[in-house]
Design a protein around this ligand. Structure first.
Ligand code: GAR
Length: 209
């Protein structure tokens, strides 16, 4: 089972979905640690209550971004992490850090990328009058929200949706596709090659006719 670190900044509902999936007997990844850059992140207590080692690495405690990332790297090494899942980690990692973890670091984003990178996705989707929306799990590359796509799910935008209702509908799908994407990565069914996601044995994954 691939040792997987989860980086969070807040609530940690995607983290919780990953922890739950990793508790299943045949799941190919185990969660080796949760790291938050926010000391007050509610997700920390959830992880701790599941018996997972938690670490706080605030940016403020470090003189530079490089020093902050060196601290995160130190925790990852100490935890024996082989894979990283960003789950509501609201910081942009440096090209150096991302390069070191290339093909082994993934993120979940609340839109159908390449549409709506960045923040406030649900509000912008409503503003644009989109009739569908969704979420994406992708490999992390130096360019924000632009790495190769591993999995996506779409949801309808209903006529009277508020931002909160739409966000909840998307989040529900996030909790389904993130465990799926991590399991595909951890089991070697998807890998990153030449800036593309390459799938092994699509029939085995259950895709296709
Ligand atoms: C999720 O909707 C995730 O997709 C989003 O933040 C939320 C975190 O919720 N991530 C981003 O916007 C990344 N730029 P969670 O802490 O409950 O998983």
């Amino acid at each position: 089972r691939k040792r997987t670190a989860i980086l969070i900044s807040g609530r940690g509902s995607n983290m919780t979905a990953l922890i739950r999936a990793a508790g299943e007997p045949d799941y190919p990844a185990e969660i080796c640690c949760v790291i938050s850059d926010q000391p007050e992140a509610p997700g920390l207590a959830v992880a701790a209550s599941s018996g997972i080692p938690t670490f706080v690495a605030p940016r403020a405690g470090h003189p530079s971004k490089a020093a902050h990332e060196a601290e995160i790297q130190r925790i990852l090494e100490q935890s024996g992490a082989e894979l990283i899942c960003l789950a509501g980690f609201m910081r942009i990692l440096s090209p150096d850090f991302v390069k070191r973890w290339e093909g082994r670091i993934i993120n979940i984003h609340p839109s159908l990328l390449p549409l709506f990178p960045g923040l406030t996705t649900h509000a912008r989707v409503l503003q644009q009058g989109m009739r569908i929306h969704g979420c994406t799990v992708h490999f992390v590359t130096a360019e924000m929200d632009a790495g190769p796509i591993i999995a996506q799910a779409a949801v309808p935008v209903l006529p009277d949706d508020t931002e909160g209702e739409l966000a909840a509908r998307v989040l529900n799908m996030e909790h389904k596709i993130y465990p799926l994407a991590l399991s595909m990565l951890a089991s070697g069914k998807v890998r990153m090659e030449n800036n593309r996601a390459v799938y092994v044995a699509s029939l085995e994954i259950g895709w296709g006719p």
